[in-house]
Design a protein around this ligand. Sequence first.
Ligand code: PHE
Length: 453
Amino acid sequence: MKAESNNQRGFWGSRLGFILAASGSAIGLGNVWKFPYIVGENGGGAFVLIYLVCIFIIGTPIMLAEFTLGRKTHLNPVGAFNSLKPDSVYTGIGYMGVLAGFLILSFYGVVGGWTFAYVVKSMTGSVLSFASPKEAGVFFGNFISSTGEALFYHALFMGVCISIVLRGIHGGIERACDILMPTLVLFLLLLMVRSLTLDGAMEGVTFYLSPDFSKINANTILIALGQAFFSLSLGMGCMITYGSYLSEKENLTSSTVYVVIFDTLIALLVGMVIFPAVFAMGLEPAEGPSLVFSVLPVVFTSMPMGHLVSVIFFTLLAIAAITSGISLLEVVVAYFIDQQGWPRKKAVIIVGLVIFAFGVPSGLSFGVMAEWKLMGMTFFDHVDNIASNYLLPLGGMLTALFVGWIWGTKNAHLEIEKNENQFGFPWAQGWEFLIRYITPVAVGIVFLAKVFP
Ligand code: PHE
């Protein structure tokens, strides 16, 4: 179905709205939950430096390529590849993206549900009564292994995403992000002031900012690149989809730069909230994935104004999860609207419910299905692994190759320069070089290293 004739698609109301929505997609659990603990595990400042290099050299060129594909075709990922090289194998890149969106949201929704639960539990104060991360960890473990409660919050999270995406691009996603993103920034600044004014906060700042290069090895670089990808929502057509609702008059290069900087700044600032607080309370930052759910509650318990701070923190986490969840849902929904001709309402409800149902075994992977293991991994682990470690890097590499060599950087230039002349030499040549050579090779190495460790 042609995009122009499809009034179910929608559009962004303003450039700021688009930037907030794309940033909302990028800024998610990856920034607030994952980034701090992998920094903690991988040598603080040194890891941060490598992460920044990955963001700017590899992430940024791919994001521009994705926005360009989207705006050129005004279609979902499958339609985008198919319309540029009709009925070719390249359409498969689009299908991989839609599949990745489906799979990621199925487990992202589970963790999104945990964030909702912790908003409630921080309000009632039940997460604020722990003397040690161990106790808080037991509490967290009991919650995520509960069948009914965990499923309830998982359903609630998916319900919220569905209700936003139902209202469309402008009236739903954009409007939600217009409110949620400024709130997120405000909350983050409040938390940062609280954290940095604690006694002993500077020790955390030092850990965060002083690079320990002895902890850096090949694997650290792989982790940094994988994180850059996940954090910028790349490799699965999310930015193709969001770019497809853009009008011809928007500047793609500067939009890319804003989104990348916004996402990176938020990840860095989250570190500035968490590390000073963790160190000030005499705890360890290298706690792994449970950092946010079992170390922070202890930090909040012993901190002045901790109750309020905990509510603000978990609300921020929930906001970050929602604005990413809706972007994942939109990718799959856009496929059914464009390619199958479904009305938005039908697409959102069916896709949302099917993704929720498919996510149920992931949600139960910490409880009744914890022993259902295949090759030592639970259902949740498998879905996460297939999507994050295989589909995203492969999708990113193939997208770069497609734009660099198949569709061609010349065509991409024409699209990028439609209404802007800022993208002249040397930016254009720099981007061209990165997208053709550096990005595919770098991502290819990461991918191979993951598949053949
Ligand atoms: N970028 C999101 C985060 O940091 C996750 C995400 C990945 C969202 C891919 C959409 C697409 O949490």
